[in-house]
Write a protein that binds this ligand. Sequence first.
Ligand code: ACM
Length: 692
Amino acid sequence: MERALDHLMPMPVVVTPGEGALILNGLSFDVPTPRLQAALRRLLGRLENAGGLPLPILEEGQGTHFLMAVPAAVATYPMPDMDESYRLRIADDGVRLTAVSEVGALRGLQTLLQLFDCAEGSWRLPCCEIEDHPRFSWRGMLLDTSRHFMHKEHVLRLLDCMEVAKLNVLHFHLANDQGFRMECETFPKLHEEGSEGAYYTKEDMAEIIAFAADRGIRVVPEFCLPGHSVSWQVAYPALSASDDPPTRIGETRGAFSMPIDPSREETYAFIDKFVAEMAEVFPDPHFHTGGDEVNPTAWKENPRIRDFMEAQGFKRGRDLQAYFTGRYAALVAKHGKIPIGWEEVLHSDVPEDVIVHLWKDGAYAEGLARHPVLTSWNTYLDLQQPSDWLYGKDPLDFTINGDAPPEDLNMVGAEMTNWAETIHGGNLDMRTWPRGGAIAERFWSPRSYCDERGADTLYARLDVFERHLTAAGSRHQGHAARACVELFESAGEETLGRFADLVEPAAYPFLRRRRLLLERMLPRLFPAPDVERYSDMRRFVDHLPAESMIGREFRVDVFAFSKTGDPDLARTIAERLLVWDVLAKEVQTLACQNSAMRSDGLDRLASGLGRIARIGSSCLRALQKGRSLSPLRAWWYQQRLRTYAYEIFYLDKDVLQRVIRDLRKPDVLNRHNIAILPGVAHLLEMASGERH
Ligand code: ACM
């Protein structure tokens, strides 16, 4: 039972283990509000999903007593200042959950759920006392529904899982170049012409908001302007900064798009009416105005806008953007909402009450400290970084004037992002979980815990956390195998699933740096490989988890072996390498008969897996015999492994050399990591006599 307390995620502030366990025959409860009663029913359903054993509800006095003490009146919509603290006491005489608010009780219920253990035919709970409250009061998840639309069912499932992770804000990114996803009665062409028919009706949105509220989650909409606004301009060309406005959504996928025209009064009359309508749809007091990645070229090229800038004394596009931000923010405030803008809105002319949302630079001038701050710096799930990397970044690690943020900075909170260039409803769970749990813990648990004990135990706890997500409906587990069957119309589900478990997408920052360098160096010879941009989701790479747990475990085992020389561990490693070599041959056989697999490079990847596994076996054999590889053989293996270099995030000092070398590689080997490579590279170093 100690285990359950050790595996909580996010870890509560204070956990005091007690003596023994409470064995439950059923539950008799005393639950004060309909929302909490529904939450408890959800909990019972999940227990049954997870353990296969129901926990019956019994008459008062017959089952284990569960008391929820929640004095505050019921709020219909969770608010930013909601009190999420709770206390949980599990003892011989039952369970007592105390909270100031309904939302606090919801958080406590999630902790309670993680403590249930099914053993010897009954449910049991460890006796303990827990006191808990969040580090940040705003713990969000951005969901981009423009690049790829996410059906309502996918959003609801995400909300269920967000509740497990104790996240409390769905930042709903509803409009971008590739689609306008919200019904608007005042300007119906926005959803009619800006969305290819895929958008949320007001009824859908009301259902999503109510569903979220039942889980203590707020819904903050983002309607990004003046950039990233092709879908608005397709619907209402008069908004455009160009006299030749875009006519199709998504025409500028991946590139900085044409902004709207901030110089015309008609633009603000439009925004005024638009915000008035949306302010009614979304009960949250906050409203995200976007403002990132504005391309000012069109402003400077348009004589009307140029004249306006001159008349106003604006020298740079940034000055005009600040004027626009001020006016958009004022309209948002007029309709009773608090405006938020991405970090590009920072400018001395922008009102101080605009919340600045960090995402890019991580180093800011003192102007930032005038504003309330929300941060998504280093928390981009879509960049495919592994859990320990994401977990290692603290939301307060950015700097202001080179220093840590001042104590009195108005830190609103933090959000992780799910930008959707390579995500749709189908792979959303797999791309979000379990990594999102690592970030969510950073947002909830004390920094001191995350920096030390939390980091040491992260993967063991994520392993348990995943099961709670699955019980809550997440379909991340087994996703790749299911997707491969569909992509390749192949019967080899089991084989492809095991293969996909060993391959990762190369992280986006690597791919992007590589592309930019190539474009700059040799633009004609090397047109941008269409790797990291918008995907039709028909590629193998789109269905791979960012992080191969098997690759990681293998690395951990090899490191342990290098320290201990344990012969049993050596045998386990040898067996695995053999299994992977066989698996590689099976995939190659499947790919021989399947042109879709070949055109997606699975034959090359499988051949790489086999080669790497055989190099690993050869090195291990040498080590087991207490020998070193000959220098020539070691050199040859090293060259071989380089072909499959494992690209994690950032190209380092030998940037040019690596880019040039990578030009010789088939692109498929740049787009994927074969996840056993770092472990095998370590074996090679050991066998070459470089490590002992
Ligand atoms: C952003 O990622 N452009 C906010």
